[in-house]
Design a protein around this ligand. Sequence first.
Ligand code: CTP
Length: 475
Amino acid sequence: MKEHLTHPVFNIISEIIEKDNLKAFVIGGFVRDLFLNRQSKDIDIVVVGSGIDLAKKVASRIKPEVNISVFKAFGTAMLKFNNFEIEFVGARKESYRLNSRKPIVEDGSLEDDQNRRDFTINALALSLNKKTYGKLNDPFNGLSDLNNKIIRTPLEPEQTFSDDPLRMIRGIRFATQLGFTIVPEAIEAIKNIKERIKIVSSERIVDELNKILLTDKPSVGLKLLEETGLLEIIFPELTALNNVETINNQSHKNNFYHTLEVVDQICKNTDKLWLRWAALLHDIAKPATKKYVPNIGWTFHGHEFIGAKMIPGIFKRLKMPMNEKMNYVRKMVLLHLRPIILAEDIVSDSAVRRLLFDAGDDIEDLMTLAEADITSKNIKKVNKYLNNFKIVRKKLKDIEEKDAIRNFQPPVTGEVIMKVFELKPSREIGIIKDAIKDAILDGIVKNNFKEAYEYMLQKGKELGLTAKNDLSKSI
Ligand code: CTP
């Protein structure tokens, strides 16, 4: 493998350890990805000795100088060099990332260290010592697991997972990313000790969920999370979707599997993480709004409104960003039915304008979500919808070109209204503003100051107001 160890850091390490009579290896994801022909941006170095000391020596040899970050509590150090993050750790007998306060003991051999890693495919190590440069150390047949596409733990799975329960989700994430199969005994172990996931921080869990969502087929991982019982613990709102009820011989669809289909479908059309999250959460309020209405069947009225309301709580609990990303997901959930409603009937310009107004710059994403939401098995129905979506898209384009609604700012401001009618802040101002907005969206007046001003005067009159100042020439 030595021809693949081209990054200059390997040579620097090799020279240092030769001089200091140490042993060091490149290990983990970098080696795994080398065999898989995947691009890797991180390099993990394990040294039989102190990782921090080795990192300092390496840094002093790099010109121009680089900063190193030392994580004393973990016994690791990191530096950035030639676009790679390079992490140094001393070989240890203890678990690699133990969730405990015990001090890190760096007194292990390479094999001790490999024993304590998460998966056999992540325990492959290449020697950096001159004599054995590039030689593979593979005590658990990780290479054959790589070739056979298998996720297996180096130790008994319960032991490896107990060392760091996040590994249960990491295993599922690797299976999803790489298209690998988790060995049955590891699946069983997850089922047995799934409760231990509760000691892992939400940030680390969400990191893995994001990685699952960023794969080509997140349903693989989401199904495994569900089957092992982990999802119930970390995301009960999603498992609540997994049921089918029947009354009077009428059943509703399983909204969990529908959601998985929508997520997989949207992944074909977008790389955007937050749009993928919106797909995952679009029907989240279906259980809360489910109702059987005699003669009509199952309804989920208002699930988009209640769903949008649930988003901040979910984001908060999972310690996800409470910023514009959350607002975006909430907006997508709120609006997700709107394009479908438009696509059901002949579309009026007014309805299209309102959708443009409400979605703003996110209109394209909303259309992508709505299209992914069509999961009917009835090809005729699917084609009808997709065709209508084409019509909606065309109308959106035409109307946007004509009326520039997307970033609509009312042409007549509240300030103008106050000045013209000499009003103090009051209810009337809101009424007139809304009337102008509606008139523009309904196509009654054009989206410009002149027409909006005229309309304001008319509305004012209807409300019994008298225009006291003329601002018609003010723009
Ligand atoms: N590791 C581990 N247990 C963990 C996390 C990491 O044993 N809970 C070990 C594995 O050997 C892993 C290495 O540390 O290969 C580096 O971890 P990390 O950078 O998180 O993951 P990668 O394997 O590099 O994969 P990715 O970059 O896709 O997360």
